[in-house]
Each structure stands twice: as C-alpha cells, then as structure tokens.
Write a new protein. Structure first.
Length: 364
C-alpha cells in the first residue's frame, strides 16, 4: 500500500475494473452458452454425443475461446459500467477536486488494461489453441464435419528446387492421383517424374509409395527414361501440409503458427492468409485493450444527466463496430490484396485516433 507508484486509490480502481471485467465475461458467456446449446442440442442428441464430451471437450474449451475472442467488448463494458458509476456518485469529481489530473486518473486503468492484455495474449497464443484441438474435433465428430477429405491441384516446393504436384488427393485412402515431381538445378529442369498415383505411408514420416511411374533424367542433350511399378521414396511433405481443416489456424500456438507460415511460404503454398491473420490478430487484439480502455474512460468520466445509459449505449456501439471492422478488414485480406498484418492493425490505428480525440476532449 505504501508503493509510490500504485496508491490506495489505484488499487481501488484496478479491483473495480478487473472485477467488473470478470463479471461481464461471466454474464455474457453464460448467455452465449445457453443459446449455443439450444442451437446445437438436436445435432448433439442425433449424433449421440456423450454428456462428458459435451461439457469437458466442448464447453470447457468453448468458454475460454469466446471469452478471449470478445475480450475487447468485455473491456469496454467494464470501463463504461464502473466509470459511469464513479462519475454518477461524484467520485471522479472528488478526485479532480484534490488536484488529480485526467492523465493521472488513467494510470490504474492502463495498469488494468496491461494485465488484461498480457492474460489475453498468453491465453490466445499458448493455452486456448491446445483446447481448440478438442473443441474442433468434437464439432467435427458430433456437430459438423470440418476436416477436408480431399483436395485438388496441390503444388508446393518440397525441397530446394524440387516441386511436387498432385492433381487430386483423397484422405480416406491417403492417395494422390496424377503426381509429378520436378527437380531444378540453376533454374534448369534436370529430372521429371510422373506417376499414376502416390500413397502416404502412415508408419513412417514423409514416406510415400509411388506407383506406375516414369522418370526422365535430363543431361544436356541426352535423356534417360526409367519406368517402374512401385517406388518407395522420402518426400518432405505430409497430407497435413495441404489438407487444411477449416479453422486449423486456431489449434496452433503462436510459435507453431509462425513456423507453419514460414515453411509454407518457402514451399510456395499460397493459401495461408487465414494463418497470417490469426497470427497478427492475437497481438492486435491484446493491444486493443489499451485503446478501448482509453476510449471508455474518456467517454464515461464526465457526469451526465440520465446516468450511465447513454455511456453504455455509445460504448456498446463503439465496441461492436470495432469487432465488425476487425472482421471486415480480415475479409478484405483473405479475398483481396490487403496484407494480413495491415488489415488486422487498421482497426487499432483508426480507434487509436478516436481515443486521442476523446482524450483531448475529456474533462481535465
């Protein structure tokens, strides 16, 4: 309590902030769980999902996932709600009357926002992805199939200068059809392999069985052709490299996401925008806690007629618009030419300007 940086008043505000934040999460997520169960109950019962799996595999992972996803909304509601109450009870006026500046008032709010940002980032980057594995597997089995069972026109660089192509891959038998493997040296084709099919050997990593193949080896003007029925080969690729499950990015921790993105870029695999968006969004959503806290405090620190109703209305509108804007900008990144990192950070930049404007207009 004698800490020169954090005073008793700071502790009071921090406890109010975090307590209201947790209460808002508990209230809204409880409602979300009821609506979600009501919507999916028929599918759960039809597919004979056990209650243990529903509770522990699905909802115990559903709750932290959606709580983290809508954390900016909860931050905004918490700030607006308890700050409006402080203003309504003339507590903020009393603080200012002692000579406290608005900048000084922001200190405990920013400390609270920092705590929320760290927890949000830690959960979203390392903890929730592991739980999402169980949640998505449960949905795939008892609600709606998410895993892709086939893919067409796969092309990727499996090694330096080695390009693999599969016209069609079926996961049920781990077999790809109309396969080719081209090897280049100094941008010149030196080997061209074609095969009727290629099957993945699940007993060994990166082992493929090539069937009905032909290899053309090019040595200047000379050409050597080799044919055969089967050939065991180690090719540095796995079905998971191109058979992407819907929302697969949610099950990877941030270090795994970074490694996956780098590896797929090196291989020339283009369909990774959703993974890049998820990687940058985890950082941007955590940083949003500071921006939305500043906006919420600036809006609700002034006592107005009618109580907190107006503040809550404006706060909810701004927080929902932030989430909507985040979704729209991410869609532009996936379907357009907007870089994922830029698309994810655009809402933060825009709302940072709003925060600065409201801060300048706030009572001093």
């Amino acid at each position: 309590m004698n800490n020169k940086f954090i005073k008793r008043l700071d502790w009071y505000i921090i406890k109010k902030f975090l307590g209201t934040y947790v209460f808002a999460i508990a209230l809204i997520i409880s409602i979300a769980v009821v609506f979600d169960f009501n919507e999916k109950m028929d599918k759960f019962m039809t597919n004979e999902a056990p209650w243990k799996a529903i509770i522990f595999d699905y909802y115990m992972n559903f709750i932290p996932y959606f709580a983290n996803l809508f954390s900016p909304l909860f931050v905004f509601i918490a700030v607006i709600f308890f700050t409006s109450k402080l203003a309504e009870n003339s507590e903020i006026i009393a603080m200012f009357s002692t000579g406290m500046s608005f900048k000084r008032l922001m200190r405990p709010y920013m400390i609270s926002a920092g705590i929320i940002a760290l927890v949000t980032f830690g959960l979203g980057s390392y903890v929730i992805p592991k739980g999402s594995v169980k949640r998505l597997n449960f949905e795939d089995r008892y609600y709606k199939k998410r895993k892709a069972t086939s893919v067409r026109n796969v092309q990727l660089e499996v090694d330096s200068g080695v390009i693999a192509y599969i016209e069609r891959y079926e996961d049920y038998n781990k077999t790809g059809y109309r396969f080719s493997l081209d090897k280049f040296v100094d941008k010149k084709l030196v080997s061209h392999l074609t095969a009727r099919s290629i099957s993945y050997d699940t007993t060994t990593v990166n082992k493929w069985i090539i069937k009905d193949y032909m290899i053309r080896e090019l040595h200047g003007m000379k050409e050597k052709i080799t044919r055969g029925e089967t050939l065991d080969s180690i090719i540095v690729m796995q079905p998971t490299d191109f058979l992407i499950m819907k929302n697969q990015q949610e099950v990877l921790t941030s270090p795994q996401l970074g490694s996956y993105i780098d590896r797929q870029k090196q291989r020339g695999f283009a369909n990774i925008k959703e993974f890049e968006i998820e990687y940058h969004k985890r950082i941007a959503m955590s940083f949003a806690s500071f921006i939305l806290t500043a906006i919420g405090l600036s809006l609700s620190s002034k006592k107005v007629k009618g109580g907190m109703g107006l503040h809550l209305g404006i706060g909810l509108a701004l927080s929902f618009s932030y989430i909507l804007f985040q979704t729209i900008s991410s869609t532009f990144a996936i379907n357009g030419n907007v870089p994922p990192a830029l698309a994810v950070w655009i809402p933060n930049v825009l709302y940072a300007f709003i925060a600065v404007y409201l801060y300048m207009k706030a009572p001093k």
